[in-house]
Design a protein around this ligand. Structure first.
Ligand code: SF4
Length: 468
């Protein structure tokens, strides 16, 4: 029988609401009275992108003052810790992320640092948002897990996906969420995307095993030196280009192309969070088309513009006569879009990245709008549906995998429901929707292998068609 619980809400001396609990069966976030270290003394922890991008982001912020540490890629041990200390029924990116943080903090503690000192000094910087799915609860979940693990009160500073580059106006911050930070982050993430894409494009065709990974490591060292030294990126891009150009490739190998998309974190991480899906596909003879992180920036900008347009369509009585705010926001969104695209395109040309163009968000919207209610903007919104249609119509991939955490609301519950209509209308689509739960790798791999078998048959038939 469940234990009855009751909550008392009182007003603290400073006038804020203080949530207290009498029966201790539920956890509530609350204000802590901790003498935190000053920003100069504090250490900012962050992570959650691909290993290369976490590292380049670390390098990029070195010139901004402050102390930063990029956490390692979350593994199954992190997942286990996240589950042990977190609430039941959360999305597994929460478990992997909170567990990864706790694992790092526990190591500090084992090395001799007291928990009080860790809480005083360390800050976790991460993304947040208002949902509409469980994403809106992530920060609270992290706090709950930290408290349960004995790190109650550790500071978590967040930037909101929807708020653009001006996010320094709230509380005193240690994490550097200034416009300068977002520009540096865009550069670091773009370069990481390009090197990752080049790796995926070249690795299946390398003549000498390991040569592409070695080149990626060399490129990483060049960009680390450039970013930490605050130097110009252009000479570094030319240098890295020469490294990639020297790799011998055998392009006569026939490989099925597999697009990996789905929920942002599950599709992007290169670790236990998706059972190393990208490397598994390569080991099974495929060429992977990944979803670069920069696509997520572009989707956020598209969503912001779409919201503004909806606002502009309100009846006149509900709008100001001259809407300066909207005009300014529209300019900022367009500026942001061209800056992101401009940086990516310029750098990609210099680096020698071929065969990849950033997605056209307007086109993807047009492809998806008849199937997906585009105002449902949780997760990747309408993009999953659009990617499948685009892949079929433009013959981009022999298999499209949508990977998502178990029970992902936007991806499993909304997109996948709609994909059944899409695959009925496009019967030639080879589409696999697959969930990750942090367990059950054997089942996951066997479903991927079955879909890949079909993709291999398709690529063989294409070849035969060309020869006959
Ligand atoms: S998009 Fe899916 S996995 Fe991510 S927070 Fe929302 S429900 Fe969870």
């Amino acid at each position: 029988m469940s234990q009855a619980c009751s909550t008392r809400v009182s007003t603290a001396t400073d006038g804020t609401l203080d949530y207290l609990h009498q029966d201790a069966t539920h956890w509530h976030d609350r204000r802590r009275d901790i003498d935190y270290a000053s920003p100069g003394e504090s250490i900012v922890l962050f992570g959650g992108l691909t290993p290369l991008q976490d590292h380049l982001l670390w390098a990029a912020v070195q010139t901004m003052g402050g102390n930063y540490i990029a956490l390692p890629t979350p593994d199954n041990e992190a997942f286990r810790l996240g589950k042990a200390y977190g609430n039941r029924g959360q999305c597994n990116p929460t478990y992997f992320t909170s567990g990864n943080l706790i694992k790092y903090l526990q190591k500090l503690h084992e090395a001799g640092m007291s928990k009080e000192e860790i809480v005083r000094k360390y800050v976790f910087a991460t993304a947040s948002g208002c949902g509409p799915c469980r994403f809106g609860m992530y920060t609270t979940e992290y706090r709950k897990a930290l408290t349960a693990a004995g790190f109650d009160g550790l500071r978590i500073e967040t930037f909101e996906q929807q708020k653009g580059i001006f996010q320094m106006d709230e509380d005193l911050r240690v994490a550097p969420f200034s416009p300068r930070f977002f520009i540096k982050a865009t550069q670091a993430v773009s370069i990481g995307d390009m090197i990752n894409i080049m790796g995926y494009q070249m690795r299946p065709y390398e003549v000498e095993p390991g040569s592409v990974d070695k080149a990626m490591e060399e490129a990483k060292a060049i960009f680390t030196d450039t970013l930490t030294g605050g130097k110009s990126l252009i000479p570094a891009l030319f240098k890295a280009r020469r490294i990639f150009q020297r790799i011998p490739l055998d392009r006569t190998r026939i490989k099925p192309k597999v697009m990996v998309m789905g929920e942002f974190w599950a599709a992007m991480t290169e670790g236990d969070g998706n059972y190393h899906l990208h490397r598994f596909l390569e080991s099974e003879g495929a060429e992977v088309i990944p979803q670069p992180l920069i696509n997520r920036f572009l989707l956020s900008l598209w969503e912001a513009k779409h919201d503004l347009e909806k606002h502009a369509n309100l009846p006149d009585t509900q709008r100001p006569m001259i809407d300066f705010k909207s005009a300014k926001e529209r300019l900022m969104i367009e500026g942001g879009k061209w800056a992101v695209k401009g940086i990516f395109t310029l750098y990609a040309r210099i680096l020698g990245l071929r065969g990849y163009t950033l997605p056209n968000m307007e086109k993807l919207y047009e492809l998806a709008r008849d199937y997906y209610p585009v105002d449902s903007d949780g997760g990747e919104g309408h993009l999953e549906v659009a990617h499948v249609i685009e892949a079929v119509e433009e013959n981009l991939a022999h298999l499209v995998i949508s990977v998502k955490p178990f029970g992902c609301m936007p991806s499993s519950a909304v997109s996948d429901g709609i994909q059944s209509l899409v695959t009925t209308r496009y019967p030639q689509a080879n589409f696999l929707s697959i969930e990750t739960s942090g367990e059950g790798a054997a089942n996951f791999y066997s479903r991927v292998q079955m879909a890949l078998f079909k993709a291999k048959e398709a690529v063989k038939n294409e070849e035969l068609g060309v020869r006959n």
